[in-house]
Write a protein that binds this ligand. Structure first.
Ligand SMILES: Cc1ncc(COP(=O)(O)O)c(C=O)c1O
Length: 426
């Protein structure tokens, strides 16, 4: 039932009719929109106590609290906060013992950082198809496993929980490490378990566009002591000097991925806001979906566990890319924030054909390359059309941004706009 019935004959705003929304909806920044007095006070506290470096704060460290909170939240034993989601993935990979000569399977739809992290760890990214969930297709993941595969990174893209039962089963069959990239899915779950808590490790980002944010930052969680200790060293080249008693293994070389205590303090406050943000996003998304789910001509993205959907956006498929573009243009004219995902005009950094340095197998120098024949014996190949189903799905997708600030009326306007456009165009 639509609360606001839109007449089929009503002219689309794009053709001069009156728009469903006279004032366009607000942008969909989630954590940023919630920044308030608590974040301010947390930062001031750290500054006033002059403990901007996490190790200065000892047991009082907000970063330490953040790590414990994330570990507990995801059901893991250990958490390590770092300066970005990319760093978190690199630590998880190094932690899992991934390095030169290894392959890591990733989906063709994820932020380029997932691929870059694999390369930074010295390994070769192998790109697999997504399916109608717009996350890793388990069947293609299985097909891409070779004797060199060491890990898989299921990415809970745009808040959608991956098909984790299948991914975990295939990974266990082939003895692969499972590193969940939950950068875009803070607070989501799959069959009652938190995203980031199902695999051997989970990675989160606190970059500005994420559900919760500290401007920059990230965290990696795991229950395996060796993975954690290797991750600790990977994140800080001097870790064994700062914390000589915290590790039982011989030091390995690390990077400069330490998080600032200021960012840790902001992220900790934001973490407290996470359940409320996700709950509001989820309520908004499923109110809209309820109103558009039976519209002819629109196929909804399949969410493997709708209850656990982190709901950062709403996505649906049109019959073809030109229809998706037409639909999205018309919907925007109705005052609704939306867009298509894959089109040739805008080279989106989340879609594999635009990952030039991967497609061209380009390392940092000729000898510093995971594809260098002296270390890599596998046969990974790349081309712009190597994952045709991924491009087909993304080409016909319309993406509607959501905000936890949407009122019921806003949600009904979005549903009304989609209905109006669908009835006029499909
Ligand atoms: C799916 C995914 N993975 C990894 C990252 C990397 O996070 P960061 O930008 O914090 O390095 C992002 C961030 O945009 C992301 O969306």
């Amino acid at each position: 039932m639509f609360t606001k019935e839109v007449a089929v004959s009503e002219k689309l705003a794009i053709h001069g009719g009156s728009p469903v929304r006279a004032t366009p909806l607000p942008p969909s920044w989630h954590g940023v929109a919630e920044i308030g007095r608590e974040e301010e006070q947390a930062v001031l506290k750290v500054l006033r106590e002059r403990r901007v470096f996490r190790y200065m704060a000892g047991e009082n460290s907000e970063t330490l609290r953040l790590e414990k909170a994330f570990a507990e939240f995801t059901g893991h034993k250990y958490g390590l906060a770092v300066n970005s989601g990319t760093s978190a993935i690199i630590c998880a990979l190094v932690g899992a013992g991934v390095g030169p000569g290894d392959e890591v399977i990733i989906p063709g739809y994820t932020y380029i950082a997932t691929a870059a992290a694999v390369i930074a760890a010295g390994a070769v990214p192998v790109i697999a198809e997504i399916d109608n969930s717009l996350t890793l297709d388990p069947a293609d993941f299985k097909r891409k496993v070779t004797r060199y595969t060491k890990a898989v990174i299921p990415v809970h893209m745009r808040g959608t929980p991956c098909r984790m039962d299948e991914v975990l089963r295939i990974a266990r069959e082939h003895k692969l490490a499972v590193i969940e990239d939950a950068a875009q899915a803070d607070g989501g779950s799959y069959k009652g378990r938190r995203l980031g808590g199902l695999g051997d490790s989970g990675c989160f980002s606190f970059q500005m566009s994420k559900t919760i944010t500290a401007g920059e930052g990230g965290v990696f969680v795991t229950s395996d002591r060796l993975t954690y200790e290797r991750g600790l060293m990977a994140h800080d080249s001097a870790f064994s000097f700062w914390k000589p008693d915290e590790s039982s293994i011989r030091p390995i070389p690390g990077e400069g991925f330490r998080i600032s205590e200021v960012s840790g303090a902001i992220a900790l406050v934001q973490f407290g806001r996470l359940p409320s943000i996700v709950e509001r996003l989820h309520r908004a998304k499923y109110r809209i979906l309820e109103r558009i789910k039976d519209l002819p001509g629109i196929e909804l993205q399949e969410v493997p566990d709708p209850q656990g959907d982190a709901s950062v956006c709403l996505m649906f498929f049109l019959p073809a890319p030109d229809k998706a573009k037409e639909f999205s243009d018309a919907l925007r004219a109705e005052g609704i924030a939306c867009g298509t995902i894959y089109n040739k005009e805008i080279p989106d950094r989340h879609i594999y054909p635009n990952w030039t340095y991967v497609l061209e197998k380009r390392g940092r120098t000729a000898n510093w390359s995971p594809w260098h024949p002296s270390v890599y014996k596998g046969k990974a190949e790349y081309s712009k059309d190597m994952c045709p189903r991924t491009l087909e799905y993304l080409g016909k997708t319309v993406h509607v941004g959501l905000s936890q600030k949407l009122t019921e009326q806003d949600c009904d306007d979005i549903a009304g706009g989609i209905t109006k456009v669908a009835k006029a165009l499909l």
